[in-house]
Design a protein around this ligand. Structure first.
Ligand SMILES: CC(C)(COP(=O)(O)OP(=O)(O)OC[C@H]1O[C@@H](n2cnc3c(N)ncnc32)[C@H](O)[C@@H]1OP(=O)(O)O)[C@@H](O)C(=O)NCCC(=O)NCCS
Length: 470
């Protein structure tokens, strides 16, 4: 086993990693790279057979083990709380939040390579971690950065396809259309048409996924410049890392905005498998649709206001508060505004979650970023007031399971502060980041030979009959 070789090796690795990275004791375990190989694909080549054996063993030894009872509430409640998906890259704890391959966000901030000492993690490092379960060295991250740069070119027809849409089309529509247009280059589709053995599926999936991850920032930046900057595009800068180059192509050169983009892309990448975008990508790919088709489908789920579009909704809602009540709104006025929103049958965007039951650590790290870089910003101060005012109101409502803020409650005010003020565009940024998580899992889906997803559905009559019998 490379993932879990042996307890003694792991403890040696851990003590070395702690010394090397000055990691606090809060890091409970850590997989550091033992090889110095710079090629991510070769790392996977080594890992895949071991993980395939591991899955076979779980199936044969534990296949019949009960995982609890499924209730009618779960069937009718959007499958909440049902364990039904294998998702290797991350795991979400309701109280603690997300762990990427076992590492929490603060742990990732400590151990993943950064562009500058003490800075935010480089998304390429997170991608390496998601794919391999191991913390990469700075050299490996640099090598991956160059690999992504070398894959970052886009055929001309992609731009023409986007240009065929009205410039007023929603940015997510333009973005997903661009991703669909990229699909014509799918290596997986070509290989499948030629006839490829299923044991090799992961290889063209890897190629497509890496190309897609490399290319989505270019598509996203094109949409932004087309919509808001008269189509005046900015070429990529090969000297920059993934996050900084994305910010650069959007038109932002400040080093703080580059740091923000690194953090943003890192924390939005993955949130285990059951959320709408991740699940959609995984579901569509289970039919052996290639990564472009699967990711475009995932983006369409992300574009819903209860999911990724909430970041747009939050900033528009905050701006409507300011418009109606001014920036120096009192907590009492804010409370009234929240009730007004609820009484008009709307949700308070940026609050609540399908799984989390505490403040989202993705919110907390953005709050820390704001306290460090923009403590006096009036919109940040308003967001802080909302943190105090909204949870008691949602609790009073009596039905909301999690009154605390989620990732989307904070991202908009940071972007707005650095000049990215176009709220309708925000979900596209989320989409770029999600490519890292969804594509990483898609590679493992194919490497582990995960099957077609096909849950059982039932009718109300079937449920009534079952309940009567019970
Ligand atoms: C994220 C969200 C969709 C989770 O939905 P969920 O799992 O069904 O959440 P709950 O079980 O707590 O929902 C129970 C009830 O509380 C309501 N509720 C949950 N969060 C709410 C919020 N922020 N504002 C108002 N009502 C909310 C639900 O709409 C539901 O009402 P209903 O029974 O009348 O249909 C929900 O919290 C929400 O709509 N939040 C605002 C949008 C948002 O920020 N989305 C981004 C999530 S990362």
């Amino acid at each position: 086993m490379v993932f879990y070789r042996s307890v003694s090796l792991l403890s040696k690795l851990r003590s070395r990693a702690v010394q090397q990275s000055n990691v606090s004791n809060s890091v409970r375990w850590l997989q550091v790279q033992t090889s110095s190989g710079l090629d991510l694909r070769s790392e996977l080549q080594e890992l895949i057979p071991e993980q395939q054996d591991r899955l076979k063993k779980i199936k044969s030894e534990y296949g019949k083990v009960h995982l609890g009872n499924i209730t009618v509430d779960m069937v009718l409640g959007g499958m909440r709380g049902m364990t039904g998906l294998l998702w290797e890259t991350s795991l979400l704890d309701p109280d603690e939040g997300i762990r990427f391959r076992g590492l929490s966000i603060p742990e990732c901030q400590k151990v993943l390579p950064a562009a500058k000492p003490g800075g935010e993690p480089l998304p390429e490092g997170l991608l390496w971690l998601l794919l391999t379960g191991k913390v990469p060295s700075k050299e490996q991250v640099n090598s991956l950065s160059q690999e992504l740069q070398s894959r970052a070119t886009i055929p001309d027809h992609v731009y023409k396809t986007i240009d065929a849409l009205p410039v007023t089309a929603h940015p997510m529509t333009q973005f997903a259309t661009g991703v669909m247009a990229l699909q014509v280059q799918s290596e997986f589709q070509k290989a499948y048409e030629k006839g490829i053995h299923k044991s090799k599926f992961w290889e063209p999936t890897y190629e497509d996924s890496m190309n897609l991850i490399a290319q989505v920032p270019l598509v996203a930046a094109y949409v932004y410049r087309r919509m808001y900057k008269n189509g005046d595009t900015i070429p990529k800068d090969e000297s920059l890392d993934y996050g900084a180059n994305f910010a650069h192509m959007l038109g932002f050169s400040s080093s703080e905005m580059h740091e923000l983009m690194r953090l943003y892309v890192t924390i939005h990448s993955d949130h285990e498998g059951g959320n709408v975008s991740a699940h959609t990508g995984h579901l569509v790919a289970s039919a052996l649709s290639d990564p472009y088709l699967s990711f475009a489908a995932a983006l369409n789920g992300l574009a819903g206001p209860l999911h990724g579009l909430a970041n747009q909704e939050v900033l528009l809602w905050i701006k409507s508060v300011v418009e109606e009540c001014g920036e120096n709104i009192s907590k009492e006025q804010l409370k009234d505004y929240v009730w007004k929103t609820l009484n008009s049958g709307k949700v308070v965007p940026g609050f609540g979650h399908g799984v989390l039951r505490k403040t989202d650590p993705r919110y907390t790290c953005q709050r820390e970023f704001a306290m460090k870089h923009l403590p006096e910003d009036p919109l940040f101060q308003l967001v802080s007031k909302l943190y105090e005012v909204v949870p008691p109101v949602l609790t009073e409502l009596g039905k909301v399971k999690n009154p605390w803020p989620n990732v989307d409650a904070h991202s908009g005010v940071l972007l707005n502060y650095y000049g990215l003020t176009e709220a309708r565009y925000y979900t596209v940024l989320f989409g770029v980041s999600r490519a890292l998580g969804i594509c990483s899992q898609l590679i493992w889906d194919r490497a582990l030979g995960l099957p077609l997803e096909r849950p059982k559905s039932v009718t109300m009559e079937w449920l009534e009959n079952q309940c009567k019998k019970a």
